[in-house]
Every structure is written in structure tokens, then in C-alpha cells.
Design a protein around this ligand. Structure first.
Ligand code: SF4
Length: 389
């Protein structure tokens, strides 16, 4: 039987799908999400909140160059960058989405997916409109490919995000659903306050960001779940409209900076399921990021511009997992197939089950102070509950 999430989501849900998701979600906060005491006018169609951008340089004739992501857009006065949420106003560069998310939900952390952080905990999740990528298979295209004046946005400045996270008992704030880099200034300000309050910061990103803003982000980021969409540059060019190399650099930087890292690979039959490519990707992860890096192979469902393509056969995902294990990776999960044994976590040393999962539900756990309760081996991840103040 299809769950409400199947066919809709590789791991995260748009506003549309969340409204339809019903009982599968930890808490239903479909937009317009209204924090306690919010006035009606705080939720509006096309609400914009211009704020000076953090990374750009001025060019002659009032042009600017955005330096946030590898696109390095050069923008004429009155125009916007590729992501549609940054605008040149008279030679100054502005983000238009500071403090105005269009998606606000409380999710289980498993939905990011982050399987090695505080199992079953709530994550206060936010996104604005816009994205710097144009994936033909995007699960959240209704907001990622929209301009902010086309979505219903909420006036939610950083202080309010922290308050709502506290009220909902969330142990983390997740920057997710679209590429969070495009709301970088908002994310950084929320993350700083969250850190001070003892709340973890996690993001689900495609990793398409320039080195300098990334380095600054790692100062406040606890964990990242990065989409490694393929290990073939052609796939990135044809289906994503971007380059693979900067994503690999981002992964290496996150590892070097000590940010907890998990990787998602959405397996699309005939496009990125070649065994040689999967083996090559896993060998790279093993050598550059370490064999204990959790990897999630996720099932593709036809969406957006790939409606004429069929869902990933379960056998294809199981073969990908076998190839990853053979390459030496120790924590390899399958996603979007609720009930599959590969949703659970097994100790890389003794092989016993540590965390049982079915979909986003957590069953028995056998972790003791971040170690396997059977053999005592330390398990990579963040297991200690933060003290939220
Ligand atoms: S963040 Fe947006 S405006 Fe800036 S370089 Fe990337 S796509 Fe262009």
C-alpha cells in the first residue's frame, strides 16, 4: 500500500504535499503556519523582505556579481540572479527572502534524512521560495522554482524561529525543502541564535555553494545532509543544470570542518543507476569522506519534468546498496521504501541492530552514550541531547 509520502518526496515535502500528508507527519504545521499570537497580515501572498546580501561585488555601470554559489551570476540593475530571490537595486545587491519562509513544518529528523542524529527528535524546518538549481526531477518544484512574490510567505524573523522551535520541543532547526543556500543570510542569523540557545543546526542541501560562504556556514552548522545526485558530470549538466565538481569540494570541506555528514543519492533508472558509476561514487566517498559516512539511496518517483519516467525498482536500490557495501561503506540506507530492513541502523563492528526504523517511526534502540550497547563501539553521529535554553 502506498503511504501518503510515497510518490511525493525523496525525503522532504513541499507545502502541497505536506498538506496532503496527514498522519505521517510528526506535527501538522501546513502553511499558512501561524505562530502563537501572529497577526493575519504576517502571512501574505508575495511578502518580500529585502536585506543587503552577504556575498557580492560591485562591477562597473551598477552591475553586481553574486559570489554565493558557483554560478557567480553577473546582474544588471533591476535584474535578479538565477535563483530568482536576489536582486540588483541601483548597484546594491539584496536578498528578497530574509525572514519570509513559505514552508514551515515540524518534521522528524529522519525526514531530512539524518539517521545519525537524535533518533525520533523533532526538527523545526524552514524554506523560502527559490533555488539555484533546476533539477528536472525536483520534488518541491512548486516552491523551489517559484519567485517569492508567487508563494504565500510568513513573516518569521530569526528570533521568532527560535521561539517556535522551543515551543514545539524541536532539538534542531533544519534549513531544507529547497536549496537553503539561496536564503543564506536568513539561515546564518537563525543558526547563530539557535546555537546560542543550544538548538542544533542541520541542513539538507545540494552543496552548490562557494568556498568562502561555506566556511562561514560551517561555524554554526552541526550536520548536513547533502544530495550527491550522481557521480557523472553529464548528469549534473543535463538534469540539474550545474557542475559536479563544486559539490565534491563542498563534501570534502564539510568533512574537514567536522560537520556531521550524510549523503543522499536519488537513484533514477537509466540516468544514474549504472553499477560502475555507483561503485565509483562509493569508492570516492570511502576514500575522501570515510567508510563510516552514512549514505542513503532514495527511490525516485515521477515528478515535475520527469513525469514520463517510471519509479525506481526496489531491486535497483538493493543492488546499489550491495555495491556500496562491497565498496566498503558501512552505513548504507534505502529510502522511500517503508518497511525495508535497510532503513534500520546496524553496528559497523558487530552487525547487531542499533536503531529500528519503519518509515519515519523509530522502534527499539540499542545505543549507550553514543556507542553500540552490544560491543561498545562508538557510532558516528550526534547522540547527546542538547540542553535547550
Ligand atoms: S545564489 Fe543565486 S544569484 Fe547568487 S550566484 Fe547563485 S544563482 Fe546566482
Amino acid at each position: 500500500m502506498r503511504t501518503p509520502f510515497q510518490g511525493l518526496c525523496s525525503w522532504c515535502l513541499s507545502r502541497r504535499t505536506f498538506i496532503g500528508a496527514g498522519a505521517g507527519a510528526l506535527a501538522l504545521l501546513a502553511l499558512p503556519f501561524r505562530p502563537a499570537g501572529a497577526r493575519a497580515q504576517e502571512i501574505s501572498h508575495g511578502y518580500l523582505s529585502p536585506r543587503l546580501a552577504a556575498f557580492f561585488r560591485k562591477l562597473p555601470q551598477k552591475m553586481v556579481q553574486c559570489q554565493l554559489c558557483p554560478r557567480n551570476c553577473e546582474i544588471m540593475p533591476g535584474e535578479r540572479g538565477e535563483c530568482g530571490v536576489r536582486e540588483n537595486r541601483q548597484g546594491e545587491y539584496y536578498t528578497l527572502v530574509y525572514g519570509n519562509p513559505c514552508a514551515v513544518h515540524v518534521d522528524p529528523i529522519e525526514k531530512k534524512p539524518l539517521f545519525h542524529i537524535l533518533p525520533g527528535s523533532a526538527s523545526f524546518s524552514i524554506a523560502t521560495a527559490g533555488c539555484n538549481l533546476h533539477c528536472k526531477f525536483c520534488q518541491n518544484w512548486e516552491i523551489s522554482q517559484a519567485r517569492p512574490e508567487k508563494t504565500y510567505n510568513l513573516e518569521l524573523p530569526p528570533e521568532k524561529v527560535i521561539n517556535e522551535a522551543r515551543k514545539t520541543g524541536s532539538l534542531s532547526i533544519a534549513y531544507t525543502y529547497v536549496e537553503p543556500i539561496i536564503f543564506y543570510e536568513y539561515m546564518i542569523d537563525v543558526a547563530r541564535l539557535a546555537k546560542a540557545a543550544g538548538i542544533l543546526n542541520v541542513c539538507h542541501s545540494a552543496g552548490y555553494i562557494n568556498p568562502e560562504p561555506l566556511k562561514k556556514l560551517t561555524e554554526v552548522l552541526d550536520a548536513a545532509c547533502i544530495d550527491l545526485k550522481s557521480f557523472e558530470p553529464k548528469f549534473y549538466r543535463d538534469l540539474v543544470g550545474a557542475e559536479l565538481a563544486p559539490v565534491l569540494e563542498t563534501l570534502k570541506t564539510l568533512r574537514r570542518q567536522g560537520v556531521h555528514l550524510e549523503i543522499v543519492n536519488l537513484v533514477i533508472p537509466q540516468f544514474n543507476d549504472r553499477p560502475e558509476a555507483i561503485t565509483g561514487m562509493c569508492a570516492w566517498i570511502r576514500d575522501e569522506l570515510g567508510p563510516l559516512t552514512p549514505v542513503h539511496f532514495s527511490r525516485f518517483y515521477p515528478l515535475y519534468k520527469m513525469l514520463n519516467h517510471y519509479p525506481t525498482p526496489v531491486s535497483t536500490l538493493e543492488r546499489a546498496r550491495e555495491l556500496a557495501l562491497k565498496a566498503g561503506l558501512k552505513y548504507v540506507y534505502l529510502g522511500n521504501i517503508p518497511g525495508n530492513p535497510a532503513e534500520s541502523t546496524f553496528c559497523h563492528q558487530c552487525g547487531k541492530m542499533l536503531i529500528a526504523r519503519t518509515g519515519y517511526r523509530i522502534g527499539e534502540t540499542h545505543l549507550k552514550d553514543g556507542a553500540c550497547a552490544f560491543c561498545g563501539t562508538a557510532i558516528p553521529g550526534i547522540w547527546k541531547k542538547p540542553q535547550v535554553t
